[in-house]
Design a protein around this ligand. Structure first.
Ligand SMILES: [Zn+2]
Length: 311
């Protein structure tokens, strides 16, 4: 069995049956022996008499390990089926098709309830995992938050330096639009023009500005880390999830999922900012500006060499 068996201390079948199924974990059986060896297993349940039935588990066995259906009078073999329990705690296993045939609408309801509970349980598992990792996530978000702040300072300094020179800024913006690619249209010489009639320029690549995406990351990232991760996790109570409705749990699960995405965005930004500040970028960019005939003043050269650390 995959799930921790909450029923191992089971004694009186009737007591067990009175507990609402919703409060218990659904079981998943890996072998037929696992459910047949349960104390209240019954190999020939009469579905017309032994009501009401509720699904408390399921299984899916491979060919060669098919099992008998546990409904009285039916000895069909099947691979995928459900484990049911009745009002007085009697249990058996039923093939999916048999359920439909013998119990009709009642079975449809049972199956729908089971599916709903399966979804709920999966949500609860996701949230329980998120709760377990809460301190770790919180510590990570706090650490990334201060790194993001530092990365913003780095990026802002670079952008401010470039923006202080109009031609340089224009060249940078067009490169940013081209996702960091540095390429310009070089005029063809006489020999080349003879070779390519009707063409006067050729696009010439000169590398790229690495980490350029950092230049377009919004400063609201820092607020998002705070208000979508740090504050909600700090305020989360250990048992608060137990009281939530199915719908609220689903919303909460999305909220936790989004936290992971946000942390990734932060990591990416930090890495991009580090790349953006590399010396090689600004050497490349200076070469590109010269080659593509940007109107480079002495000041523009000084700015780029300052960024490259080669002043
Ligand atoms: Zn059957």
């Amino acid at each position: 069995m995959t799930f921790a068996d909450s029923e191992s201390s089971k004694s009186e079948p009737s007591n067990e049956a009175q507990k609402p199924m919703e409060s218990k974990r659904l079981l998943r059986f890996e072998t037929a022996e696992e459910f047949r060896s349960r104390p209240n297993y019954c190999a020939d349940l009469e579905p017309e008499k032994d009501k009401p039935l509720q699904i408390f588990g399921g299984y899916g066995f491979k060919k060669g390990a098919y099992v008998h259906c546990g409904l009285v009078g039916c000895k069909q073999y099947h691979g995928a089926g459900f484990n049911v329990v009745n009002a007085i705690g009697k249990e058996t296993n039923i093939g999916r098709c048999c359920g439909k045939t013998r119990l009709g609408a009642e079975w449809a309801e049972m199956e729908a309830r089971f599916q709903k509970q399966t979804t709920l349980q999966a949500l609860q598992d996701v949230l329980a995992e998120a709760m377990r990792k809460r301190q770790e996530t919180l510590a990570n978000a706090r650490k990334l938050s201060s790194l993001v702040e530092a990365a913003h300072r780095t990026v802002d300094t670079i952008i401010a330096a470039i923006a202080s020179d109009r031609p340089l800024h224009k060249a940078f913006l067009s490169c940013q639009k081209d996702r960091g690619r540095l390429s310009y249209f070089r005029k063809l010489d006489a020999d080349e023009r003879a070779l390519y009639p009707g063409q006067s320029t050729v696009r010439t690549p000169m590398g790229y500005i690495d980490g350029i995406n950092a230049a377009s990351v919004s400063p609201k990232l820092i607020r998002e880390l705070k208000f979508k991760i740090i504050v909600p996790l700090e305020e989360l109570e250990d048992d608060s999830l137990a009281l939530l409705s199915h719908k609220a749990l689903a919303a909460k699960s999305l909220e936790f999922g989004a936290m992971g995405g946000l942390l990734q965005t932060a990591e990416l930004f930090i890495a991009d900012a580090e790349k953006l500040s590399r010396q090689k970028n600004w050497e490349n960019f200076e070469n590109f500006c010269v080659a593509s005939q940007v109107n480079m003043s002495a000041n523009a050269h000084r700015i780029l060499r300052g960024l490259a650390g080669t002043l």
